[in-house]
Every structure is written in structure tokens, then in C-alpha cells.
Design a protein around this ligand. Structure first.
Ligand SMILES: [Mg+2]
Length: 169
């Protein structure tokens, strides 16, 4: 196993993630990020489209769980609206909280995916737990720091593309 935070799967956004992306890989459990994955930092309202996406995954037998580093009330708001359990202040990339959730729910790392937008947070957390890293593009760059971080993440996003090109040959 590599500890380089190279995504296993990349997608434009969560809506490009069909249930089969997960089920084809034997994944049954999804640890879902909120900020810039489910909703931009500036948006506090869950939408019907989000709920439809969650329901589509659930009807394919997948279990979703919100795992957020957010310390505010967004985890409560989104978890209540979508009917999902959550942990906030998860301190990704540190794997401790994610491992606690796996121990509580009984899912193994092999059947788990971490879905998020940040390489050094979500993708690295997946690596450190032994879960599948599903990395989406951040929804919005609301400040310069988010854009700078994205540039710093680019080598790993490009490494994913290079790996995929090789495996398709
Ligand atoms: Mg995020």
C-alpha cells in the first residue's frame, strides 16, 4: 500500500459518482465530506438534488456517514436534512476518528470509501485507514488559500490521471 495521497477514483463532483463506482469495487460504506464536496463553504442549505443522490446510493445498498472536519453547525444541518449519521471535528487526515466510525459500524477499510475534495485531508485519510480514496473537484474557490491549496494538490491529481492512462493501455 502506498502512503502517497493519490486518489483511487476521481470525479468532477459527487453527482458524477454512480452507485456502481462503489459497488463494482466491493464498497459498502461511504465516509462523506461536507465542505466543498457536498456543498460550498458559503452554502448552508441541503438541496433536493443532494437528497436524491444520497437516496440513489442507499437504494444500491450503500451506507453513508458524514465525516467532517467542520467545527460549526454545518454537520448537524446536513446530517439532519439528509438523515445521515455524522461525526464532526474529525481531524482528517488523522485516521483516528474514521477508524472509530469503522469500529462502531462494523465495516472494514476494504469495503469503505472516503469521498472528499481535499488531497491532504480526505485522500490522505483514506490512505492512512486503508480505505478507497474517492476525490472530487472542490465546488468553489471562495478564497485565495483554497486556490493555492488546490495548486499544491495538483501533483497527486495528475498522478492519478497518469496511473489511469497506464492501466488502460
Ligand atoms: Mg472538504
Amino acid at each position: 500500500m502506498s502512503f502517497f495521497p493519490v486518489p483511487d477514483v476521481m470525479a468532477r463532483d459527487i453527482y458524477a459518482l454512480d452507485p456502481r463506482v462503489f459497488t463494482d469495487r466491493g464498497i459498502r460504506f461511504i465516509l462523506l465530506d461536507i465542505d466543498n464536496t457536498l456543498a460550498p463553504y458559503s452554502e448552508n442549505t441541503p438541496t433536493p438534488r443532494m437528497a436524491r443522490w444520497v437516496a440513489q446510493l442507499q437504494s444500491a445498498g450503500l451506507t453513508l456517514y458524514i465525516l467532517s472536519n467542520n467545527k460549526g453547525d454545518r454537520p448537524e444541518i446536513f446530517s439532519a436534512a439528509l438523515g445521515l449519521p455524522y461525526r464532526k471535528r474529525a481531524r482528517k487526515p488523522f485516521p483516528r476518528v474514521a477508524r472509530e466510525v469503522l469500529a462502531e459500524t462494523g465495516f472494514s477499510p476494504r469495503e469503505t470509501a472516503v469521498v472528499g475534495d481535499q488531497i491532504y485531508t480526505d485522500t490522505l485519510c483514506a490512505r492512512l485507514c486503508g480505505a478507497t480514496a474517492v476525490t472530487v473537484e472542490p465546488i468553489a474557490f471562495t478564497n485565495i488559500w483554497l486556490r493555492l491549496r488546490y495548486w499544491a494538490e495538483l501533483p497527486f491529481r495528475l498522478a492519478h490521471r497518469a496511473k489511469n492512462r497506464r492501466s488502460r493501455r
